[in-house]
Design a protein around this ligand. Structure first.
Ligand code: C5P
Length: 230
């Protein structure tokens, strides 16, 4: 299958040297790319600014902002069978970005923000949502996009993630949401391990034990492979 995986944070620039971002390091997304490639899939990895090596055999596209990431996903999604959105996309960006460094005296104490596009929702509006159980016939439908695209999202929460993950699963039309509590030791930003909860649209909640991000990644790839079979 063809996987598109997003990873890392996005940066939303205020001026030439200042930006809004978050602590994502890209480790989880790079692990998904590595696991999918190891399982024999074709992988395009769309990475925000991170300092990780590209896994062998993976095609990488580097991006900076949420809008760059959306454009990159749009460019490659037509050929994809699976989209795994591990990226910690910034929800807002400054309404204006100066191309040079602003002097402190030129900056106001308040920053005017605007919402970034939601990448998953935008892709849903392009691809459409196949009826449940109709994935195999949807997959063979002709047209520019894979109607049967398998969509996997993440829900990084402070606190138990299951309820929020279930809401995101419905709201973003996902086949799987991988929830985690970023405040838990050994989970979240920058750690080598993660304790995650899988939530599917039928309301099933599966809590996995603490394991390496690569082991979590293999579980995600296996889920996509099973889902593709119907
Ligand atoms: O709503 P929230 O940002 O918590 O949802 C998380 C999921 O949505 C992640 O899979 C993330 O990659 C994706 N996302 C997105 N576009 C955004 C923000 C988040 O696709 N602008």
């Amino acid at each position: 299958m063809r996987f598109v995986v997003t990873a890392g944070p996005t940066r939303e620039f205020i001026d030439a040297v200042r930006f809004l971002s978050n602590p994502s390091t890209g480790r989880m997304g790079f692990a998904v790319a590595r696991a999918a490639r190891a399982a024999g899939h074709e992988v395009t990895l769309i990475a925000g600014p991170v300092s990780l090596k590209t896994p062998p055999g993976v095609t990488r596209i580097d991006v900076v902002s949420a809008r760059d990431m959306l454009n990159a996903v749009r460019t490659v999604i037509a050929r994809a069978d699976v989209l795994v959105m591990t990226a910690a996309v910034a929800d807002w960006r400054p309404a204006h970005c100066a191309s040079r460094k602003l002097k402190k005296t030129e900056m106001s104490d308040t920053l005017h923000l605007v919402r970034n596009p939601d990448i998953l929702k935008t892709i849903n509006s392009l691809v459409g949502s196949p009826r449940r159980g109709d994935r195999l016939s949807a997959r063979s439908a002709s047209g520019p996009y894979q109607m049967g695209l398998i969509r996997i999202g993440f829900a990084a929460e402070t606190g138990a993630p299951a309820a929020e993950a279930a809401r995101k699963c419905r709201e973003k039309g996902l086949d799987l949401v991988v929830g985690n509590d970023v405040t838990e030791p050994g989970s979240g930003f920058g750690t080598a391990t993660n304790r995650v909860t899988f939530v599917t649209p039928d309301g099933t909640v599966q809590r996995l034990p603490l394991m390496s991000k690569l082991a979590v990644a293999h579980r995600i790839v296996s889920f996509a492979e099973r889902r593709a079979k119907g």
